[in-house]
Design a protein around this ligand. Sequence first.
Ligand SMILES: [Ca+2]
Length: 458
Amino acid sequence: MSTRRIVARSLFAVAAFTALSGLATSAWATPPLMVPWPCGTTYSVTQGHNTGSHTAEGSWAWDFGIPVGAEVAAPAAGQVRRMRMDSTRSGCDAAYANDANYVIVDFGDGTEALFLHLQANSSSLQVGQSVQAGQVVGRVGLSGWVCGAHLHFQIQNTCASWWCQSIAASFVGFGNPGLGTPLTSDNCGAPVTCDARLNGGTTLIDELDTACFSRATQWWWDVAEGYDGHHFYTFATDAAAADTVGRWSFGVDVAGDYRVEAFIPNNEAESQQARYQLATGPQTPQSRLVNQATEKGWVDLGVYSFTNGDARFVSLADNTGENYDALKRKLAYDAVRLTWVPPVVVEPEPQPEGSDDVADVAQDQSQTDASEPSDVLSPPDLRTDAAEELTSSDVSADLGPSDTQSTVDADSGGIADPSRETVEGACGCHVASPRREDFWLGLGMGLGLLGLVRRRLS
Ligand SMILES: [Ca+2]
């Protein structure tokens, strides 16, 4: 083999390796790309690569025929690197090339997707915000160099500008579509689920949390101020029904009381009757009015009892009752914080020393009273019998001291008889409570003796 042939073969090998590397780089340069509009919608290619205006940096671009106002969606997960939403200039001339509104979704691997010719203020995204595949990034409009409504879409190498070198790319299931090819989007996206839960601690939901903070309608404006350096606002109205609504959503894993606070930024927060709605359970939400013009920072909305479950939320609607034309008051949306409020534990009163014994005695007494043998004599019966005995002169004359003891015993049953108290008090001693058996024994013996005496006398 000649030296020339070896060199030639080596050069071929290097070229082949380079080509393969280029293919490999191309194949892995971007994440798998879905069709860049919402699931189930069909649009067609109206301009392909390297034709018409698609030259130089834009040579690998597609134009898709999409009407003004229709949504477009991220083809893969990424982060907004750059965007413009303020242009209202457009025309069918290259002179308008720098007047297009756009959003760039950076995939983080040196490549990114460029959405061009969007409608002014049609995106709710922010630079730096993470987006998921299928997430709406804006609406098609007529901005920049356009001769009719369409989306200019290209995958490009990330650079310092918004207009970078486009690269070859393909869509999952569709490859690299040519002119006239219809594409029905299956970019349904993974369901974005909110993972904010109340768990017995503190839960904070900022308005840039796209999974947990949702916004209805397009009337939102950004302010680089507030909690974490950002908040939204819309304008308050006195309409009967709400139009623009922001909602902070969460679930509850640990039911109980939580303090709810809303952060009110210093600027662009003017509504004097912002009505926060609080869904603490499946029942009708409670509400709390806040004067955003005067209440600033973390504003306490109160303590609410939340039940376990999903779909709990704090929401704020634009129909505050403040007339838009006359007042034009701005209604701000920023972070919401919920903090667990532990239940109050009632400590038992400290007991004096020995009180346990007192309590025990009282309890024993109570039990004793309750278990007073009813088959012997109930206290009223005893009192009655004893009283009858005491008024029986023929018995009392014979009983002597034992009778006295019996009457005292009867007194312990609750009868009021001052004479016997006097007897007890006079002796200055404690009269032991005699047993009832002794009473009956004494009575029996007395009657027996009486009978014996009578028999002898007779
Ligand atoms: Ca914020």
